[in-house]
Design a protein. Structure first.
Length: 420
C-alpha cells in the first residue's frame, strides 16, 4: 500500500511537471508561430507544428552550446565544467510525448551533426577572441637603462662619431666646421715670457664606406698672435706683439672597425692618419703649428653600459724632420666617459695625455726638451635639428707645457650620399 502511494505521488508529480513544461513550451513557441504562414493569427497550432518548433529551439540551444565550446577552445581556456554546462542545458529541455520520447524525459543530441539546422531569427555573432597580452619584458640589468633605437641614433652615437670613437654608417657623410681657441703661456725664467693666442678654424669631412670603414679629411687655417714680454722687469714689459696666419697642414686618415663588443670584449677600431705639410713653419716671424710630416697609428676601445659609454685610445705619432728641425715623436693616451642625459643631449669628460720626446736640430737631440701635455676636457653636445649636432668643449691644461685652456665649438651635419 505504501509503495502504491509513493508510485501515485510520483506519477502525480510527473504529470504536473509535464503539464508545466507543456505550457512553458507553448509560451516560448508562440512568437515563432506567427511566422508559420497560417491565414489567421488566432489559429491554434497543431501538435506536429509544436514539435517542429521545439526541435528548432533545441537545435538553436545546441548550436549556441557548441559556439561557446569553440570560443573556449580558441582562447586556450577550455573550462573544465563545459560538459556539466552542456548537460545542464540538455536536462532543462523537456518535450511532450512524440516519436519515441517519453513525457518528462530530457531531449538528447548527438555530438556531431552533418549539417547544422537553421536557427530562428538572425544568427548570433560570436564574440571576438581575447587578445593575449605580450609577455612582460625582462628588467634591465643593474646599471643599464632601456634605450630606443631612435635615441641610440641621436646625440650619443653622433657625438662618439664626431670625436673619433665610432665610424659613420656606410652610405652617409658628415661635414663638420669647427672653431677652436687655445691660450698658451710659456714662462722662460731667463729673459722672456711667450704668450700665444691660437685661433684655429677648420673644416672636417667624413665618409662612411662598406665593410665598416670610413675615410676622413681636414683642412685648418692658423691665426696666431704671439706676445713676448721681458721676464726680468716688474711689471713685465711688452717686447713684441705679432700676428701670423696661413693655411694649416692637410690631414687625411682611414679607419675601420675590426672587433664588435661581446661580453667583456669592447668594440675596437683602428685608424691611420697622415698629416701633410701644406702650411709653413712660420709667417711674419710667428711660429705656427704646421709644416711637418706626421704619421699616426691609433687604436680605440669602446665599452657601453647605457647610458654610459667608456672609451680609451692609444696612439703613436712619428714626426719627420723639416728644415733641419724635428719636433719629436709622440705617444698619445686618451680616456673618457660619455653620458647620454637625454636622446638629444650628451655630456662627456675626457683626459688626453701627450708625451712629446726630445726635439732634435740637425740630427742632434736637445736633452730636456721632452714635455708632457695633459688636457682635461669637458664637453656637451646636442641635437638641434634633423642631422645637425652642435658640440662645445672646454679643456684645461694640467702642466706648464700644456695649453692654459682651450675652447672648441663645432657643428656636424650628416646626410645620405647613396639615397639612404
Amino acid at each position: 500500500m505504501r509503495g502504491e502511494r509513493i508510485r501515485c505521488a510520483r506519477s502525480g508529480s510527473a504529470a504536473a511537471r509535464n503539464i508545466a513544461l507543456a505550457w512553458t513550451t507553448v509560451l516560448i513557441a508562440t512568437p515563432a508561430l506567427a511566422q508559420i504562414g497560417e491565414p489567421s493569427s488566432t489559429a491554434e497550432p497543431t501538435v506536429k507544428q509544436l514539435q517542429q518548433e521545439i526541435r528548432k529551439r533545441d537545435a538553436l540551444i545546441e548550436s549556441l552550446a557548441r559556439r561557446v565550446e569553440k570560443l573556449e577552445q580558441q582562447a586556450g581556456k577550455r573550462a573544465a565544467t563545459t560538459p556539466a554546462t552542456h548537460a545542464t542545458i540538455t536536462r532543462a529541455v523537456a518535450t511532450p510525448s512524440a516519436e519515441g520520447t517519453q513525457p518528462g524525459q530530457p531531449v538528447t543530441f548527438p555530438e556531431q551533426t552533418t549539417q547544422a539546422p537553421t536557427p530562428l531569427g538572425p544568427p548570433v555573432a560570436a564574440p571576438p577572441a581575447p587578445i593575449a597580452a605580450p609577455p612582460p619584458a625582462a628588467p634591465p640589468a643593474p646599471g643599464e637603462f632601456e634605450v630606443s633605437p631612435e635615441a641610440a641614433e641621436r646625440a650619443l652615437e653622433r657625438t662618439l662619431v664626431a670625436t673619433g670613437n665610432l665610424l659613420v654608417p656606410a652610405g652617409f657623410a658628415e661635414i663638420e666646421p669647427l672653431f677652436s681657441y687655445t691660450r698658451r703661456e710659456v714662462s722662460s725664467q731667463v729673459l722672456f715670457n711667450v704668450n700665444r693666442n691660437e685661433l684655429f678654424p677648420a673644416l672636417d669631412a667624413r665618409l662612411g664606406l662598406p665593410w665598416e670603414s670610413q675615410i676622413e679629411a681636414a683642412l685648418p687655417w692658423n691665426f696666431n698672435e704671439q706676445q713676448v714680454t721681458d721676464a726680468v722687469t716688474a711689471p713685465p714689459q711688452l717686447q713684441s706683439n705679432r700676428w701670423g696666419n696661413a693655411v694649416g697642414d692637410f690631414t687625411i686618415s682611414a679607419a675601420k672597425t675590426f672587433v664588435h663588443e661581446s661580453g667583456w670584449v669592447p668594440t675596437m677600431l683602428g685608424r691611420v692618419n697622415w698629416e701633410a705639410p701644406t702650411g709653413p713653419l712660420r709667417t711674419n716671424g710667428v711660429p705656427l703649428t704646421s709644416g711637418f710630416n706626421r704619421l699616426t697609428f691609433s687604436v680605440t676601445a669602446l665599452k657601453r653600459q647605457d647610458p654610459l659609454v667608456f672609451v680609451a685610445t692609444g696612439g703613436y705619432t712619428k714626426a719627420f724632420e723639416a728644415n733641419h728641425l724635428n719636433p719629436g715623436n709622440q705617444f698619445n693616451f686618451t680616456t673618457g666617459a660619455f653620458l647620454a642625459t637625454s636622446p638629444e643631449t650628451t655630456l662627456r669628460t675626457v683626459l688626453s695625455q701627450n708625451f712629446v720626446q726630445d726635439i732634435s736640430v740637425n740630427g742632434v737631440m736637445i736633452p730636456g726638451s721632452n714635455t708632457v701635455q695633459p688636457i682635461l676636457s669637458f664637453g656637451a653636445s646636442s641635437i638641434l635639428g634633423r642631422g645637425i649636432l652642435v658640440d662645445l668643449q672646454v679643456g684645461l691644461g694640467l702642466t706648464n707645457a700644456a695649453p692654459k685652456y682651450q675652447v672648441i665649438l663645432s657643428s656636424t651635419y650628416r646626410f645620405g650620399v647613396t639615397g639612404q
